[in-house]
Design a protein around this ligand. Structure first.
Ligand code: ATR
Length: 288
């Protein structure tokens, strides 16, 4: 009797992709894309690719020459990738960073940034009844992760963005670079005052993350209809989200942003716009 073995092999025409980072061992992307490859029965592979900064440009060209369909790039390569691309999407230019690279059939390196897309799609999926972009948004933090969110909110038609950061100058620099009068910089100690009439509150700081202090903000002035979200997803329910939920506000955690930002790359490389489901969330949450 032959034992039944369930396995998957690659063929000579497998499509290849991966994530370049340094380090890359923490990345959830291989598990995420691996789940979709198995779910849709695709002949392909998505690999973790640890690449040191000094090797990045050569490695990217090599992947193109090896016939890869494309790659995600993560810390610390997101900004330097801009200069390595032959063509950039408008949003990658405005965000000033690339997270999704596609190698075109005519040999070009195409750079895109899907972080803002992931941010908006997460809110659409998990708070479908919220008019989160119809009123002022309060954005806390002005680090690397903030930029894609600002660009996405501007493109979504958000009428006003109140941007507040511990280091005010960083918020001012960001507002100047994005050059949109809808972005108004607010002093960090006055964050709570900025909640008046807001439709959306977004934490883009690292506060609330495992091992970091909680974000301390008094939500008393926030309308109960305002959506509150966090880009931190470890823990899923940050102190900010718990506080907002307990007073009756709709909340959306940050994990969905990670899942949705992966969709455009998967579709370009493997040919299917994959679904973000509760089962996928569980699968990624419990991955080591
Ligand atoms: P990333 O690129 O991942 O966003 P970052 O550029 O270091 O990381 O940004 C971290 C964000 O969290 C910044 O907005 C930072 O504020 P500063 O610009 O003032 O550093 C914010 N942040 C981190 N620790 C903070 C703290 N204890 N209080 C307030 N803001 C904090």
């Amino acid at each position: 009797m032959t034992a039944h073995i369930s396995y998957r092999t690659l063929s000579g025409t497998s499509r290849l992709a991966g994530v370049m980072g340094w380090p890359v061992s923490h990345s959830k992307s291989p598990r995420l894309h691996g789940y979709w490859l198995a779910k849709y029965g695709i002949d392909g592979s998505y690999m973790p690719l640890p690449v040191a900064p000094e090797n990045f440009a050569d490695a990217l060209k090599s992947l193109k020459n090896l016939g890869f369909s494309g790659v995600n790039v993560t810390i610390p390569h997101k900004e330097v990738t801009l200069a390595q691309c032959d063509q950039l999407s408008d949003r990658a230019k405005r965000i000033g960073a690339v997270n999704t690279v596609t190698f075109s059939e005519d040999g070009l390196i195409l750079g895109d940034n899907t972080d803002g897309f992931g941010f908006i799609e997460n809110l659409r999926q998990n708070a479908p009844d919220s008019a989160f972009a119809s009123g002022p948004a309060v954005v806390l933090g002005a680090g690397g992760a903030c930029r894609a969110i600002l660009v996405a909110l501007l493109d979504e038609g958000c009428p006003e963005i109140r941007l507040t950061n511990r280091t005010r100058k960083r918020a001012e620099d960001l507002a100047r670079e994005l050059d949109d009068p809808r972005i108004k910089v607010v002093d960090w100690p006055l964050s709570a005052d900025a909640l008046d009439q807001a439709s959306l509150v977004v934490n883009t700081t690292s506060l609330g993350m495992v091992g970091q202090p909680e974000l301390a903000i008094d939500l008393d002035g926030l309308p109960k209809t305002a959506l509150v979200t966090d880009i931190v997803y470890a823990p899923l329910m940050t102190g900010l989200l718990c506080q907002a939920r307990d007073r009756g506000n709709p909340v959306v955690d940050g994990l969905g942003m990670l899942l949705h930002q992966a969709r455009p790359g998967f579709e370009r490389w493997f040919g299917i716009d994959p679904e973000v489901t509760a089962e996928l969330r569980e699968f990624v949450i419990y991955s080591k």
